[in-house]
Design a protein around this ligand. Structure first.
Ligand code: GUN
Ligand code: FE
Length: 607
C-alpha cells in the first residue's frame, strides 16, 4: 500500500507546527493542549491536540485532534477526531471546530481531508454533513487496522474539499483529490467484457485496484491481499468506465436543437455560430464548465474531444478536464476554408504550434497528467491542402494521435471527391495528405465501402460509431458488423451535438437498435455493443501517444487502467431475480446519471 504523495508534508522540509492562537469564532476557541511528532514506523502523522472551549466563560466543552497530511492512518482514522461533552451537543460546536481546523489544514497546504466515523454514529455523520463533507464511501476495515481489533468493521469516509472549485485559463488547477491509498478492493456485482463475445460476471465479488491498475476480479479476497481495504458497494453493479471516443465539447450548449437538418446545413446554421462564441473566454468558461460537470456525473471516464479553433478556450477546456479527474484527448480544431469568416483560421499551423507549446510548457511544470493533445483537422472540406500537410508534419514531430470525421454524409463525400479528385475515396484523401500515419480515430464511417475499409484496416484506424448523431442528422447507419468482421477497431461516440446525450450507455443501446434496421447481417449483441463502449474505445488510450500517463481503460483484465463505475440499479428491481447480464442490459437501456453512485478513474475516486 503506498501513501499519497501530494498531500503529505514534504519530508525533506522539517515539519513545523503553526501558531494556533487565531483558531476562534465568536462562540468557541481551540486551546492547544499538546502536539505530537510524526512516527513513520507506526505510520503516525504529526498531530495537534486541542480542547474546545466556550468564549463566553472559557469552559472546556470538548476535544478535537488534527492529524496533518494523508497517510494510511489518516485514511482510516480521518484527519480530525472530536468529542463533545453530551451537555454541549446540538449547537454545531464540533462542526464549527472542524471549520477552524480546515484553515489550519490549508496553512499546511492540504487540498482536502477526510473525517471518518462509524456508520451508526448519526450525530457524527450529521456533523460531517453540516461541515460540508461528502460521504465518499463506506469502507470495510482491513483486519490489520487497530480499529478492527477494537471491534469496528466499517467506517464512513467523509471527504472535504478545502480549495475553491474554480479554474481560469492558464491558472494551475488544484490537484484533484486522491484517496490516500492506491491499492484497495471494490466489493459488488462486477461485469465486464474481456472480448466482444464474452461478458464476465462475478456477483458479490472483489475487484482489485493495484496502484491505479486493475489487478483482476476475485470471488474471495486472496490471502496475499488480505491487508488491503475493501470499499463496499454491495448489491451495486460495478462496470468498467465507458469511453466517449467522439464528442464536441463546444456543441454541448446547443444539444437537442436543429435536429431536423442534415450535416452541412446544421454545421452552417447551428454548429459554426455556436463555436464562434468560444472566442470569448468568459463564455467558454461557463459552457465548458457545464459540459465537464455533466460528463463527470455520468458513466463515461474517458473522452476524445473536439474543442474549437480557439487556443485559449482549448487550454481552458484542458484545464477543466484535468481538474475533473477524467482522462481525455483534446483537439484544437483546425479549419481554414469553406467556413464562415468569423470562424476561420489565418494560419492554422501556427495556432496549433502556439497551443502545443503552451501545453508542453505546462506539462513540463507537472500539469496535465490525464489530458493530452490530439491533432484535429475538422474534416477535409474545411482544411486547405497546405494546412493538412503542415498538420501531418506537426503530428509526426510530436508523435501525436489524430482525430477527424470520415464518410458521414453523402453530400459531404461528394464534396470531398470534388476537392480531392485524384483520391480513391475519402479515407484515401486523408492518406494522401499524410494524416493516417499515427494513432487515428475517425468518426462515423457510415458510407465506408470495402476499399475504404481496406485503408482503415491497413492503417489500424479506430472507427467511432455515433449512432444517435447518425440518426439525428439523417446520415445513415454505419456497417459496424462488417468493421468487426474485418477486425477494424470500433469505439462509440456521442458526437454531441449531432447526438444529444453524452452517456455512452445511450450510444450502446442506440448501436444495438440501429444495427437491427440495416437488415443486412446479424444485429449487434449486448456484449458487442458494451465492449465497443468500454474496452473498444478505451483501448485507443493505450495507442494514443502524447505523453499522458494513462493507459488503456474499459476492462477489468489485469493491467488495464482502473476505471470503474458503480451503478445503483435497485430502482429497476423486479419481482423476478435478475442475473447480472440482465441487470446490465436494463442499466444500459434505463439508467441515467442519478444511478451513478461512484466513479474511479485510474484508481482515484472522482465523484
Ligand atoms: N463534420 C465536420 N464537422 C462536424 C461536426 O461538428 N459534427 C459532425 N457530426 N460532423 C462534422
Ligand atoms: Fe463530430
Amino acid at each position: 500500500m503506498s501513501e499519497e504523495k501530494d498531500n503529505v508534508p514534504d519530508s525533506k522540509e522539517p515539519f513545523m507546527f503553526f501558531d494556533t492562537s487565531h483558531l476562534r469564532t465568536d462562540e468557541i476557541f481551540l486551546r492547544l493542549e499538546r502536539t505530537s511528532e510524526a512516527d513513520p514506523e507506526k505510520r503516525k502523522a504529526p498531530s495537534y491536540h486541542f480542547n474546545i472551549c466556550r468564549v463566553s466563560d472559557g469552559l472546556e466543552i470538548g476535544m478535537i485532534d488534527f492529524r496533518v497530511g494523508n497517510t494510511q492512518e489518516t485514511f482510516f482514522d480521518g484527519n480530525i477526531g472530536y468529542f463533545l461533552f453530551p451537555s454541549q451537543r446540538g449547537n454545531h460546536y464540533s462542526g464549527k471546530a472542524c471549520l477552524l481546523l480546515f484553515n489550519l489544514a490549508r496553512m499546511h497546504n492540504m487540498n482536502y481531508l477526510y473525517i471518518t466515523c462509524s456508520p451508526d454514529n448519526y450525530a457524527s455523520r450529521r456533523t460531517c454533513e453540516w461541515a460540508g463533507g461528502k460521504l465518499e464511501a463506506i469502507i470495510e476495515l482491513p483486519t490489520d487496522a487497530d480499529m478492527y481489533w477494537r471491534g469496528e468493521r466499517q467506517k464512513c469516509l467523509y471527504f472535504f474539499n478545502l480549495v475553491p472549485d474554480k479554474v481560469t485559463a492558464g491558472e494551475k488547477p488544484f490537484t484533484y483529490r486522491q484517496v490516500g491509498i492506491s491499492s484497495f478492493f471494490l466489493k459488488g456485482d462486477i461485469c465486464w467484457t474481456p472480448s466482444p463475445h464474452t461478458l464476465e460476471t462475478v456477483e458479490n465479488g472483489f475487484l482489485l485496484c493495484s496502484d491505479g491498475k486493475s489487478g483482476g476480479v476475485f470471488r474471495e479476497i486472496p490471502e496475499t491481499h488480505a491487508h488491503l481495504p475493501v470499499i463496499s458497494h454491495s448489491r451495486m453493479l460495478i462496470i468498467p468506465g465507458l469511453t466517449d471516443l467522439h464528442v464536441h465539447a463546444p456543441q454541448f450548449a446547443m444539444r437537442a436543437l436543429g435536429m431536423d437538418m442534415e450535416l452541412l446545413e446544421w454545421l452552417n446554421k447551428n454548429a459554426f455560430p455556436e463555436e464562434a462564441k468560444y472566442a470569448e473566454i468568459e463564455y467558454a468558461k461557463k459552457a465548458y464548465g457545464h459540459f465537464v460537470r455533466h460528463v463527470k456525473r455520468g458513466p463515461n471516464t474517458r473522452l476524445c474531444v473536439f474543442s474549437t479553433l480557439h487556443v485559449p478556450g482549448t487550454l481552458l477546456l484542458m484545464d477543466l478536464l484535468e481538474e475533473s479527474g477524467l482522462v481525455s484527448l483534446v483537439g484544437k480544431v483546425n479549419m481554414d476554408r469553406n467556413c464562415p469568416d468569423y470562424l476561420r483560421e489565418g494560419d492554422g499551423a501556427a495556432a496549433t504550434m502556439e497551443w502545443l507549446e503552451t501545453f508542453y510548457k505546462c506539462r513540463g511544470e507537472g500539469r496535465y497528467k490525464n489530458t493530452s493533445p490530439i491533432i484535429t483537422p475538422r474534416f477535409i472540406p474545411s482544411c486547405t491542402d497546405e494546412l493538412l500537410k503542415k498538420l501531418a508534419e506537426i503530428q509526426k514531430k510530436h508523435a501525436l494521435p489524430l482525430q477527424s470525421h470520415l464518410s458521414e454524409n453523402p453530400e459531404e463525400i461528394k464534396w470531398v471527391k470534388e476537392l480531392w479528385p485524384n483520391s480513391k475515396n475519402y479515407a484515401n484523401a486523408y492518406e494522401m495528405a499524410g494524416l493516417l500515419e499515427g494513432p487515428t480515430v475517425m468518426a462515423h464511417c457510415v458510407w465506408s465501402d470495402e476499399s475504404e475499409m481496406d485503408i482503415l484496416a491497413e492503417k489500424g484506424v479506430y472507427v467511432v460509431h455515433c449512432p444517435q448523431s447518425n440518426m439525428n442528422l439523417s446520415s445513415g447507419i454505419a456497417p459496424v458488423r462488417r468493421f468487426l468482421e474485418r477486425g477494424i477497431p470500433v469505439g462509440l461516440g456521442s458526437d454531441v451535438a449531432g447526438g444529444a446525450h453524452t452517456s455512452i450507455f445511450r450510444a450502446i443501446s442506440d448501436a444495438i437498435q440501429v444495427s437491427k434496421l440495416r437488415r443486412d447481417g446479424k444485429a449487434l449483441t449486448l456484449e458487442e455493443a458494451f465492449y465497443m463502449g468500454s474496452a473498444g474505445g478505451g483501448a485507443f488510450f493505450a495507442k494514443a501517444v502524447g505523453g499522458t500517463e494513462a493507459g488503456a481503460a474499459g476492462s477489468f483484465e489485469p493491467g488495464w487502467d482502473f476505471d470503474a463505475v458503480v451503478i445503483d440499479d435497485s430502482e429497476f428491481a423486479s419481482p423476478v431475480r435478475r442475473n447480472l447480464r440482465e441487470r446490465l442490459e436494463r442499466v444500459v437501456y434505463l439508467s441515467d446519471d442519478r444511478h451513478v453512485k461512484a466513479k474511479y478513474v485510474r484508481g482515484i475516486s472522482i465523484l
